[in-house]
Design a protein around this ligand. Structure first.
Ligand code: URA
Length: 249
């Protein structure tokens, strides 16, 4: 009995059914700002439980709100895997050129909390990149303590010295300007100019700097895998994205 009272009190908070003002919902999911809500509501068709909404202060749930014929997209958070092509920057600043957010629905840029990439890939690096609006997920994925492997395929200008395998695995490599040494990394040399490297951390330009440190500057860098998710299993082409379940990582 106590349990059912507890449940009925807290279900709206713990479960998916939480009421919020319509203007807060529109702003949360990136349709418009709260200030713009009055005019936005007039220009769009919004229904709650089948009834037309006209007031920004109306209390609604996202489950029963239909906006221009559609349910709210990703109401419980955005978790998408993007195949970042070469040439795109991990930045929110449109002035900088082609940005990864150009590859995603425009409305997502206005969601609150904001979307962000989980770590970064350089402009000249291609590969798998996660985008989310869940700060805890970002923390979980980028914390070196979690040991989430990130796999990179590398092509170098000069032959990769065999000693790099031991050096990278040793956990003693100190990159210039870094206070902490690189964590042990697995290096598999596939031929003189090609290798795979598995990192569990993400220092600035780490792969390029590690290979430069052994005299083999990187000319091509690609990340095919994070954790157990691969570009191949997700069937992504460059520039494409797909939603994934963060619990499956
Ligand atoms: N290391 C790099 O040098 N660049 C990346 O984009 C990712 C890891």
């Amino acid at each position: 009995m106590i349990f059912s009272v507890f449940q009925s009190c807290f279900l709206p908070i713990l479960g998916k059914t939480s009421f919020m003002r319509l203007d807060a919902l529109l702003s949360r999911f990136g349709y418009c700002s709260r200030r713009e809500a009055i005019s936005w509501i007039k220009r769009h068709t919004i229904t709650y439980k089948g009834e037309l909404c006209t007031s920004p202060s109306q209390k609604v749930t996202h489950e029963e709100t239909i906006i221009d014929g559609e349910h709210v997209e990703f109401p419980n958070g955005i978790y998408v895997a993007l195949y970042k092509p070469v040439g795109y920057i991990c930045s929110h600043d449109e002035e900088e050129g082609d940005i990864i957010y150009d590859l995603l629905p425009y409305q997502w840029r206005h969601r609150n909390p904001a979307i962000s990439s989980v770590g970064r890939l350089d402009k000249d690096t291609s590969g798998l990149l996660f985008i989310t609006d869940d700060g805890k997920f970002i923390h979980r994925m980028t914390s070196p303590k979690k040991h989430i492997p990130k796999i990179y395929e590398v092509e170098t200008e000069n032959p990769i010295p065999a000693e790099a395998v031991e050096l990278f695995a040793s956990g003693t490599l100190q990159l210039e300007g870094e206070r902490q040494v690189c964590r042990p990394a697995e290096l598999i040399i596939t031929d003189a100019l090609h290798a795979r490297i598995i990192l569990t951390e993400g220092k600035y330009h780490q792969v390029r700097r590690m290979f430069a440190a052994v005299g083999a500057p990187v000319v091509k860098l690609h990340r095919p895998q994070i954790g157990n998710l691969t570009i191949e299993s997700l069937e992504l082409e460059p520039g494409e994205w797909v939603a994934f379940d963060p619990n499956e990582l």
